[in-house]
Design a binder for this molecule. Sequence first.
Ligand code: HEC
Ligand code: HEC
Length: 317
Amino acid sequence: MTMNAITKSLLSMSFSFAIAVAVPALAQEPPGGMPQPVPQTPPTHDFVSHIGSVTGHADKGKEDYRRWCIGCHGPYGDGNGENAPWIEPKPRDFTAATFKCRSTPTGMLPTDEDLYNSITRGFNTSNMPQWRPLTPQTRADLIAYVKTFSPRWKTEKPGDAIKITPETPVNIESIARGNALFVKLECWKCHGPLGRGDGPSAATLTDSKDMPIKPYNFSTGGRLKCGETNADIYRDFMTGVDGTPMPSFADNIKPDEAWDLVHFLRTLQTTRPSKENEVLKAAGGKIPVIAPPAAPPAQESTPAPQQEENKPPSGGK
Ligand code: HEC
Ligand code: HEC
């Protein structure tokens, strides 16, 4: 908190000097010759990013940040840019270093590549644009600069990317097992029984900044924030969407089950063309209801579908 205040006042000085004389104020002696306070954060040039063979440099990223990002994310990276009051959800506060889209376990820093992919992709259903028009070098420089806003990038290492096992076959049994997991793990409480973002808890959810937040509505088929592939969806619920109520289920879901769940979630995107929707259609549009995977020791590997028709998991049974 105090550290933050110091950083802020230093940065604001640096900022106004930079505008006036285009020289970073921290390196300057004020007219009276008084020594400047030593900055608490490491110098900008200490921060780099590595994306494939491209190395990003924060010194360069600083200029690009002021040009492209400052209006939303703010001069101090705290998400309080001049456009922020009119934006919902709010621009990310980089001082917390909490990021939604990661390949790393919940609570851990993302990899440079995760951040690079996020800014390249942009965030659907938000004002965060996609930055594909900027060169890979510029995007890498920006990522290095984003890291200067939080000391976590000096004291912690990004986590190791979670393992994603090879995708299992898409078939109606897999979809049915995924449906059972969706019920058992209570995804529906937030996402709603048909994935429409209208579960019983949906209206009361808030993010880590106490701002209201809506669960993803699968039925729109809209772009997901953290990527469009089946592996991206797998990652969403195995790493969690940090800073939001969307938890990590890494401790509750085995790898094959995760694929089952992905296959089922795709069928909730009813209007989006997918292998999963083709399989469901071929099965007459009905997902067989199977017992939830409570995993008694001698369970059959392919549970036999039961007679009942698929019903939304209302009531959470
Ligand atoms: C018009 C406003 C706006 C501009 C300009 C903007 N952003 Fe964002 N940015 C946002 C919003 C809003 C979010 C939060 C989206 C969400 O939570 O769904 C965000 C989120 C992010 C995230 C978080 C990624 C994650 O996984 O949580 C990063 C990193 C980011 N922006 C970087 C940048 C960079 C770099 C630039 C400049 C090239 C930039 N943004 C420009 C509005 C903006
Ligand atoms: C406590 C409420 C809650 C529960 C329980 C929950 N979610 Fe979410 N989920 C959310 C919220 C809120 C978001 C939106 C995050 C955002 O937009 O930043 C979300 C987003 C998602 C996304 C989209 C992420 C993206 O890239 O846009 C997927 C996929 C998802 N949830 C799957 C699941 C699955 C599968 C389960 C159960 C295993 C589950 N959720 C349980 C609240 C929840």
